[in-house]
Design a protein around this ligand. Structure first.
Ligand SMILES: *Cc1c(COP(=O)(O)O)cnc(C)c1O
Length: 370
């Protein structure tokens, strides 16, 4: 069997930065849920994306959960949520006993369609929050979405789990709304094995998030709780990995872009192939290289041909309004997200791939057109 090629897998720095920070935690016996690595990781990430404050949490999912709570979402509230995404975007709406209304994407960005969002506001003027996603490292048409949310005075949360290092008009995704979240799961552009971050310019709200995430312990000698608490903090060891990974984020983005351009050059001319849209105002992190097929070859043909050669690929996310668990909730829009799911494929975009690996993938795919 030839060497396995992954969609996206952890890639530790050549310099060993991660181990240096972990070693420091060990040397000081700081193997705890809090500590210097956690504080510094928060500061370094906030500085990197240009946010005033950040809270390091146990996952991207817990960051979305506490963002919803910080935005005031409670039982019975309506939340507009991009339909084309991973279920982790939508699940925390249910954790809060709130009600999702799913919104279609547009072909220009693959992310939330501003027109569908406007329609949703007409139908549900009492909505409590909007949850937009920046999929695959592409940014949503965020100016328009911010404008609509501002007009209605509704908080905006950006799920930037897949888009750390992505810019929209020179500003980082995750910093346009009231709250932004990032994920450091194993397949993301940088990883801590598992973890997340919530960023905001509202320092008071971030302090509150840290309070909730450490079991909502009131200021008292005894254990006193006047609010529901969570155990959602990132550990000091895990944060050490994050600090090391953050140092090489730009290298990873460069490689991801190289992979995307390699595929585009080699496969872009095939009949019925279109790559994910890169808008002039968008500088993506190219987390995954995705394409859409409209000719005789379909996504399943590609995924099966690659799997036979021990190469991982996968479909575009299946929209939430098509998921059995979420099907009962309302959906606003047309069939854009459905079509992207049906016709799209994510190509292996692992930063450890060599030119030989990339050529191997391209030759297998080109073979399907012969
Ligand atoms: C990975 C991901 C998440 C969840 O992050 P975790 O750290 O795995 O909890 C949320 N939203 C999107 C779009 C993701 O890709």
């Amino acid at each position: 069997m030839s060497k396995r090629i992954y969609l996206a897998s952890p890639h530790i720095s050549d310099e060993g930065y991660e181990m240096q920070y972990i070693q420091e935690a060990f040397d000081t016996n700081w193997i705890a849920p809090l500590g210097k690595n956690v504080n510094e990781f928060e500061n370094e990430l906030a500085a990197k994306v240009g946010s005033k404050a950040a809270a390091a949490l146990s996952s991207g999912t817990s960051a979305i959960h506490l963002a919803l709570k910080a935005a005031g979402v409670e039982e019975g509230d309506i939340v507009f949520c991009q339909s084309l995404t991973f279920s982790a975007t939508a699940n925390p709406i249910i954790y809060q006993n709130a009600i999702p209304v799913f919104i279609d994407s547009d072909n220009k960005t693959w992310n939330m369609c501003p027109k569908a969002l406007k329609e949703a506001f007409d139908k549900y003027p009492n909505v409590k929050a909007v949850l937009v996603v920046h999929l695959y490292g592409l940014s949503a048409d965020i100016d328009k979405i911010v404008e609509i949310c501002k007009k209605h005075n509704v908080p905006l949360i950006e799920d930037a789990a897949e888009s750390l290092g992505t810019y929209y008009k020179g500003k980082h995704t995750g910093t346009f709304g009231d709250y932004g979240i990032f994920s450091f799961n194993g397949n993301k552009i940088i990883t801590t094995s598992g973890g997340g971050m919530l960023v905001s310019d509202n320092e008071e709200r971030i302090a509150k998030v840290r309070f909730w995430a450490t079991q909502s312990r009131d200021q008292a000698r005894h254990y006193q709780h006047s609010e529901l608490g969570f155990n959602y903090r990132m550990s000091n060891v895990v944060a050490g990995i994050g600090r090391g990974q953050l140092k090489i984020l730009n290298q990873r983005i460069e490689k991801k872009k190289y992979i995307f351009e390699f595929y585009k050059r080699e496969l872009g001319q095939l009949e019925g192939v279109k790559f994910m849209p890169i808008n002039e105002w968008n500088e993506p992190n190219y987390w995954l290289s995705c394409m859409i097929l409209s000719g005789k070859v379909n996504p399943l043909d590609i995924m099966e041909a690659l799997e036979k050669e021990n190469i991982e690929s996968r479909p575009i996310w299946k929209p939430m309004h098509m998921q059995p668990f979420f099907a009962k909730y309302d959906y606003i829009g047309g069939d854009v997200s459905e079509k992207l799911f049906e016709n799209g494929v994510c190509l292996p975009s692992d930063t450890k791939m060599t030119d030989e690996d990339l050529t191997r993938v391209c030759e297998i795919i080109k073979g399907l057109w012969e």
